[in-house]
Write a protein that binds this ligand. Structure first.
Ligand code: VGL
Ligand code: ZN
Length: 204
């Protein structure tokens, strides 16, 4: 890859891996392809879903609601999740196989108690931003290869924002798995990323 490219690995954390609080089906299968593809990159960036306890995206923060119910939240329907990726818990830890890749940056998101953040750039209401855009500019990164968890949430939103910010983006699909709240969500997310301008790659 050129010196203007980076590999961005989304939310490779114990709570999204098998056995975790919000385990994504087949998620452990992505670790080997991610480690293999990482060898082609000088710059690796990790994102980390990093919620305070009692975060508003948790069903337990809403009376009478169950995980995967939807609530209207500042005029936006938002999915409620099981408690997950609570700061300083085991479930929030990044998997050692990606930490061992010596990431150049770790971008935390979802840290505001009252807003969820699927994208690694902005929260879902675009009220706050992370340091990611500035970091990429400072390091002259113009192309991202993105993979991780989950295809239909944090990968999808991160890819769309990256494209909107003017980066070129490829999605490495062997390194992604979806939540699939509805059957077909994974396919829909891939189509959406493709129409937004992302390259969809089985190999890098
Ligand atoms: C995610 C649901 C809630 C994700 C994060 O990483 O895709 N999904 N928080
Ligand atoms: Zn979350």
């Amino acid at each position: 890859m050129t010196k203007h490219s980076a590999l961005l690995l989304v939310d490779i954390q114990f709570d999204f891996l098998e056995g975790g609080a919000l385990a994504v089906s087949g998620s452990n299968e992505i670790l080997a392809p991610l480690i293999a593809v990482a060898k082609s990159f000088d710059t690796i960036i990790l994102t980390q879903d990093w919620h305070p306890a009692g975060h508003k995206s948790f069903a337990t923060s809403h009376d009478g609601k169950k995980p995967y119910d939807t609530v209207l939240w500042k005029d936006r329907p938002e999915v409620l999740w099981p408690d997950h990726c609570i700061q300083h818990t085991h479930g929030a830890e990044l998997h050692p196989s990606v930490l061992n890749l010596h990431p150049a940056a770790i971008i935390q998101k979802g840290t505001y108690p009252e807003t969820d953040s699927y994208s690694a750039f902005f929260d879902n209401h675009r009220e706050q931003r992370t340091d990611l855009e500035e970091w990429l500019t400072q390091h002259d990164i113009r192309h991202l290869v993105i993979a991780g968890l989950a295809t239909d949430f944090c990968v999808l939103y991160t890819v769309k924002d990256a494209l909107e910010l003017g980066l070129t983006v490829d999605v490495f699909t062997p390194g992604c798995r979806a939540v699939n709240l509805m059957p077909g969500d994974e396919k829909k997310a891939i189509e959406e990323m493709k129409s937004a301008g992302a390259g969809i790659r089985q190999m890098i």
